[in-house]
Design a protein around this ligand. Structure first.
Ligand code: GLU
Length: 323
């Protein structure tokens, strides 16, 4: 009995000591983004910057990782390789429901939403010499539809499907990363590429400022798609953002939103701290990328289909943004 009591006390002492140590220790968290010429990568950097400013107060050190994109990020957050990820709103929905890329693995029950960020549009970048003005002109062309870990891959397949183009039969589909697509287009190795991205983005700038003349092609005739999927909405790309593109009008397409996600396993304190720093310093955050031009605190709570993480919820209630 005595021995048992002693062991119990010793165990409690060890637990106390280790929890004291954990508090003093820096917690490292990694944010999964996308290719470095996209908008997720600087967005991860912007979020990390807000929280790292208060490293002394929170003991959190956030770093950013360039990844294959949304689908990769959901999976890495779910298996604990990453604490946070930037994920398209449509992929968040599919992951929660266990659809599309998650058809086999089922609903990702531990996925948690933190906030949404900038709008992203499904962007079709095409060489003028390939005669592509609209998605319908892609038949028989060599087109990058996106790497398997990306968010754009399913968007390209959905859009092609909506206009009656089978990506496996009717065109030569490539599955390369968005960060490599611009140079492949300039080198004449592909005719066009899809990229679901915020604007302006480095990749589209790169693609439209080389010697080969390039335009942003429209994605029209996809009304059935917009009706079928609640997360897709009509969108327009401002041609003025890409002076090198051969467009003299804004470009009609459809889009989604970028969202910030985590796992139910990530602590409330960490999620609270990141949420608080981004929202309390909203005006500074908004200045960090031109793609955030339309952000408001309120619209950063839209487009979330996973349950909101309790750490984020605590902040939204305190700030009066949610009841
Ligand atoms: N939307 C893309 C994806 O989910 C990434 C866009 C970006 O990196 O800005 O893969």
């Amino acid at each position: 009995m005595k021995k048992g009591l002693f062991l119990g006390v010793a165990l409690a002492a060890v637990m106390l000591m280790s929890s004291g140590q954990a508090q003093a220790k820096t917690q490292f968290v990694t944010i999964g983004t996308g290719g470095i010429t996209g908008v997720y990568y600087p967005t991860g950097g912007a979020i990390a910057k807000m929280v790292n400013k208060k490293k002394k107060e929170y003991g959190i050190r956030a770093t950013v990782e360039s990844t294959g994109g949304s689908v990769f990020n959901v999976n890495a957050v779910m298996n604990g390789d990453l604490e946070f990820g930037i994920v398209q709103s449509d992929r968040q929905f599919q992951a929660v429901q266990g659809l599309a890329e998650w058809k086999d693995s089922g609903p990702q029950e531990d996925l948690r939403a933190v906030f949404s960020i900038h709008p992203e549009s499904v962007t079709l970048v095409a060489a003028v010499d390939a005669g592509i003005n609209d998605i319908k002109d892609l038949k028989g062309k060599k087109v990058n539809i996106g790497n398997p870990g990306s968010g754009q891959r399913q968007n390209s397949i959905d859009a092609l499907d909506a206009v009656g183009i089978n990506y496996e039969k009717d065109l030569k589909a490539e599955s390369i990363k968005a960060s490599e697509a611009a140079s492949l287009l300039q080198d004449g190795r592909i005719d066009a590429f899809f990229y679901t991205v915020g604007h302006p983005s480095g990749s589209i700038k790169e693609a439209t400022s080389g010697a080969r003349k390039v335009r942003l092609a429209t994605i029209t005739g996809v009304e059935t798609l917009l009706k079928k999927y609640p997360y897709y909405a009509k969108a327009t790309i401002l041609h003025s953002l890409y002076p090198g593109a051969q467009n003299d009008q804004d470009v009609e397409t459809f889009g989604v939103k970028a969202t910030f996600v985590t796992s139910a396993k990530v602590s409330d304190d960490v999620v609270y701290a990141i949420t608080k720093e981004v929202f309390d310093n909203f005006d500074d955050f908004k200045k960090l990328h031109p793609a955030y031009a339309t952000l408001t605190k309120e619209n950063m709570l839209e487009g979330l289909s996973a349950p909101i993480h309790p750490g984020a919820m605590k902040y939204y209630k305190e700030a009066g943004l949610m009841k």
